[in-house]
Design a protein around this ligand. Sequence first.
Ligand SMILES: NC(=O)c1ccc[n+]([C@@H]2O[C@H](COP(=O)([O-])OP(=O)(O)OC[C@H]3O[C@@H](n4cnc5c(N)ncnc54)[C@H](O)[C@@H]3O)[C@@H](O)[C@H]2O)c1
Length: 325
Amino acid sequence: MVSKKFWKNKKVLVTGHVGFLGSWITNTLLESGAKVVGLDIVKRPKGSILNYKSKNLRSIKADVANLKILLKIVSTYKPQIIFHLAAEAIVSRANKNPLRAFKSNIEGTWNILEIARKRKSIQAIVMASSDKAYGAHETLPYKEEAALKGNHPYDASKSCADLLAYTYYHTYGVPVCVTRCGNIFGPGDHNLSRIVPDAMRCVAKDKKLLIRSDGKFTRDYVYVEDIVKGYLLLAQMMKKLKLAGEAFNFSDENPLSVLDLVKKIYKIAGKKANYQIQNIAKYEIKHQYLASGKSRRLLGWKPAYSLDAGIKKTIDWYTEFYKRK
Ligand SMILES: NC(=O)c1ccc[n+]([C@@H]2O[C@H](COP(=O)([O-])OP(=O)(O)OC[C@H]3O[C@@H](n4cnc5c(N)ncnc54)[C@H](O)[C@@H]3O)[C@@H](O)[C@H]2O)c1
């Protein structure tokens, strides 16, 4: 369970806090009584769900790849816990501009780890890796001990960042855990190159959904509030259970094809399916999904939302959002 006692007055740094997952984690921390300093390279985008008016949130616009600024932020705010989420998280953008993705995702991560190496006051870092860090494997579902062998820019950036976290724990004892999730979905994601937000837009606006892949790619889909719970549990329990240096998969272990997901969304929305398969996706892993037994066993984590319940909540939110727009 997320412990309000643990989070009350905790000083927390969230990198990438105006992004989809960052907003959810920041809001939950604020609701739990934490004092949050958020860092992001962009200001709050339109339609953001971030509780930016909270008196316990300080938002700073900065690049996580800039060590000097990062050092200043950490010296000033003295965070005890760090959620490191800042990254170029969009696969197509990483393909177009690999150097920028490597800078944000790899250099940004080594900066966070290097600061933690020098500052013993940092008690726990939870770092967002990804299912993509594993790369393409014959044997699925991925377990945490599977090799990391991303072979496209976003995937490789996550494999590298993930290995750096491992290295900083094993060499310097930096208290860091990494999370590896499949596709996270829920209210407040405005990255329209992702299938769920785009499907939500098309459902709400009665537009045709264009599916980039052949519709057969297999993925995990997990509702965002369940992932937030996983991140917070990990930070809470890292010291007590001596989890530093470990990776954790989070998944509801119910993988499905893109096409099945899309059909499900239309069905739950009560609308006739309206999509076109483009089959133009390049450099993407065909099939990937995760085993999450370790998170369930060690953290007592399990998703509270079924896929259908998460989709229903998400449809309701986007329907309201597009009505207001
Ligand atoms: N959403 C998913 O399905 C998913 C799945 C697995 C892993 N992840 C990882 O979780 C994290 C959060 O993902 P998200 O879905 O919220 O993505 P997002 O794009 O909504 O959020 C990422 C945030 O990082 C910020 N950012 C990018 N480069 C930066 C830099 N150099 N300095 C500071 N800020 C920078 C962006 O402006 C953005 O607000 C990412 O690390 C992502 O790779 C996401």
